[in-house]
Design a binder for this molecule. Sequence first.
Ligand code: HCA
Ligand code: CU
Length: 400
Amino acid sequence: MKRETAAIKGFKIIDSTLREGEQFVGANFTTGQKIDIACTLDEFGVEYIELTSPVVSPRSFQDLRIICTLGLSAVVLTHIRCREEDAIRALEVEGLGGVDIVIGTSSPLRRFSHGLDIPEIIDRAREIITLIRESRPELEVRFSTEDSFRSSREDLLRIYRAVDELGVDRVGVADTVGIATPFQVYELVAVLRREVRAEIEFHGHNDTGCAIANSYAALLAGADCVDTSVLGIGERNGITSLGGLIARLYALDPELIKGKYNLRLLPRLDAMVADIVGVDIPFNNYITGIAAFTHKAGIHAKAILNEPSTYEVLRPEDFGLTRYISIAHRLTGRNAIRWRAEQLGLKLDEDELQEVTAHIKTLADGQHLSLDDVDAIIRRWAKRAPGTGARGRPAAKGGT
Ligand code: HCA
Ligand code: CU
């Protein structure tokens, strides 16, 4: 555990909701929405905010300029192709913090996208990096190889070494199609760590469900930065989600993560972006899904009521959320019913609790129960005249 914490300590988040996230099918951000998202991400504490290339459209150019005037603590980056026209446009933007250059390096992308071979890619990289360095030396420059995991290792290292020598601040490894496994990511980043002096960034798509694990593996292998987006939105089913990465890293070292980020803003960010792009927060989402802190089985409820860490590695309070114990079902238990009765200000003795729990379980076998139904049953049980010794069952809702 200690070794892992040491490995991730200085990591930084490059949030790409306003670039990769804009490639999500439902995203079509207005200027105002971009400002809201950027400001909330900044308040949350991400170190970088990446925006769509200024050559994409006049609005994209304008919005980039506007976001750069907001005085955010986060460094604002823009993402461009390795082309002169893109770089020239980015260089016009005042207050910009850096430029993220990307070019495809796998053979399908080389053949069907830009048609350049590896020496030509390196020449082009030299031209664009030099242009940026000479015009705006204060800008951070990152160079990334699109589709890194379907590119030849030899080609990748040639490019990374060349751009490292050109003095880029960061090199990017991109799992563009979500094909990589954590072991492959760890291995490539570890090799790269020995080859370049620049920082290493990892960008991982989630097509096969590995984006968070891959990002974590990258950090453990020596990467400095991980790309995220709120709710993971992006091209196809998206990339590493901000909340998911936070959950993973919090589980490793809660104090480190609480110290770095304003975690209570995560629910607001997720809700805001879900609303803007017209989706619900998935029920099983990390931290903010409705089921994320809901406990159900009697055994779980009992232990959670005694000590939440028994079944929770994330403390809901740290995210401004509360846990919920679901009791209206056949898996419920006596301890959960006692807890609910206490919440209702009612006291039942152990025999009564046993009985009412058995009654609720039997009822739930035959019908859907709501919390209101269960509350009504508990109330009826508690109303019985005390001291009669009668263990007769009070009439349950609907008869019996
Ligand atoms: C894409 C580009 C990219 C770029 C990642 C990066 C990818 O939309 O295909 O700049 O590192 O996934 O390769 O998002
Ligand atoms: Cu991507």
